[in-house]
Design a protein around this ligand. Structure first.
Ligand code: TYD
Length: 217
């Protein structure tokens, strides 16, 4: 058992996970808790090397190899960074976790979602988040946001729209299967509206009364 709080953000590319993770980090820190903000893939030194392979390698990577690379990143990240932080009592705010593997490697590709989930759970020694915020956005709207950023697409971002539609459906199915762990947020709204919905859930999990941390609101 851990005393910390483990919050993950999930969603398609361009759904606004980074913005929401940052807003939540600021609010939790202002409420006096120590925050560790991290991401997968690439949250550790080893993970940064793995991230280079999975996102920037030119040419095909066999689906099982790709799933194992994400799982290897996850295994090291959880053991070296996330679990120690939770044991210290910190709040860990993480961009992507095992639900991304199930949605991207499981549903979008040739592997079964159950085997991908089992692999991830093995890698992470069974650790599940206290809260997973799914930023749900239509892939066409997400695409428009990424275009506006005017930066080159990485290998996975360049995959076609049908893939992103399948990924979105898989995320929604995961959320429906675990309604207690998930908060599904409509990501087409203003960032501040989404952030306040997320804060309300985190406040409950931190055991705070609604007004306790009002100064940081
Ligand atoms: P990320 O850095 O979050 O990119 P973005 O900001 O564009 O969302 O994730 C990089 C890519 O890695 C993203 O397209 C999803 C993919 N991914 C998987 O396919 N499986 C996984 O287990 C994880 C963690 C990410």
């Amino acid at each position: 058992m851990t005393d910390g709080l483990f919050v993950t953000f999930e969603g398609g590319d361009g759904a606004g996970k980074t913005t929401q993770a940052r807003l939540l980090e600021q609010w939790v820190a202002a409420a006096g808790r120590t925050v560790v903000r991290t991401r997968e893939p690439g949250g550790t030194e080893v993970g940064a090397l793995i991230r280079e392979i999975v996102l920037h390698h030119r040419g095909d990577v066999a689906p099982r190899a790709e799933a194992l690379l994400y799982a290897a990143d996850r295994a090291h990240h959880i053991a070296a960074l996330v679990r120690p932080a939770l044991e210290r009592g910190d709040v860990v705010i993480q961009d992507r976790y095992l639900d991304s593997s199930v949605a991207y490697q499981g549903a979008g590709r040739v592997l079964g979602r159950d085997e991908v989930r089992e692999l991830s759970l093995w890698a992470a020694e069974g650790l599940l988040p206290d809260l997973t915020v799914l930023l749900d956005l239509d892939p066409a709207a997400a695409r428009a946001r990424l275009d506006a950023e005017d930066k080159p697409f990485d290998r996975l971002e360049a995959e076609k729209e049908a893939f992103h539609t399948a990924v979105r459906a898989e995320f929604l199915a995961l959320a429906a299967a675990e309604p207690t762990r998930f908060l599904v947020a409509d990501a087409s709204r203003a960032p501040e509206d989404i952030a306040s919905e997320v804060r309300a859930r985190v406040r409950t999990l931190l055991g705070e009364a609604p007004d306790d941390v009002g100064a940081a609101d």
